[in-house]
Design a protein around this ligand. Structure first.
Ligand SMILES: [Ca+2]
Length: 197
């Protein structure tokens, strides 16, 4: 009998949990954060009001500041720079690493098309074929600095990649349409280095 009463009281307490304050609801909605994500396993009544803003801040890290010659890729929140020196893919990658960077990655369609637009609208970026960090590794196209990340959602140029015919196993952004092409890795191209801060 006692346990039935206790269970009933617990259930009643759960049902009477305080609703979210209206302003808190709007903060959650404006940041596309669900009530469950904000609260997690902690009863909301035990969550200090200010913690919601901390959660939101953690989900939207501050934009990194990129000073020339770097520009900020808003899709990856990283700084990239174009290097107008001709190198093979491997030498370009090594040069980026020597400066604490990696050959740049553009992991989403939006990020790739952002680069396309940068090249179309910025005379400094318009000329030449340019190495980026994509490489044929273990039978898949991968971002070399993060080999678990695949080039599955990138805008390859029409008919590309054709490495299975040509043996081209390194990815670049080509000059003719600013889309991706696979090149012979020992080709000498310009390249883009990237750093996270
Ligand atoms: Ca090709």
């Amino acid at each position: 009998m006692f346990s039935i009463v206790a269970l009933s009281l617990i259930a009643l307490s759960f049902c009477m949990a305080e609703p979210l304050h209206q302003e808190q609801e709007s903060r959650i909605n404006s940041h596309s954060v669900s009530r469950r994500e904000v609260i997690g396993s902690i009863p909301f009544r035990e969550l200090p009001y200010g913690d919601i803003c901390d959660v939101c801040k953690n989900r939207e890290p501050a934009a990194v500041e990129c000073t020339a010659p770097y520009i900020r890729n808003p899709h990856s929140n990283t700084c990239i720079r174009l290097v107008n020196t001709y190198k093979t893919w491997e030498d370009a990658n090594n040069d980026c690493h020597a400066n604490g960077e990696n050959l740049a990655t553009f992991e989403t369609l939006e990020s790739c098309f952002w680069l396309t637009n940068v090249r179309k609208t910025n005379s400094d970026w318009r000329k030449g074929e340019i190495w980026i960090g994509g490489k044929w590794i273990d039978g898949r196209w991968r971002w070399a600095g993060k080999t678990d990340s695949l080039l599955d959602t990138v805008p390859w140029a029409n008919g590309q990649p054709d490495h299975h015919v040509t043996g081209e196993e390194c990815a670049g952004n080509r000059e003719s349409d600013y889309l991706l092409n696979d090149f012979q890795c020992n080709s000498i191209l310009y390249y883009i280095c990237e750093k996270s801060s």
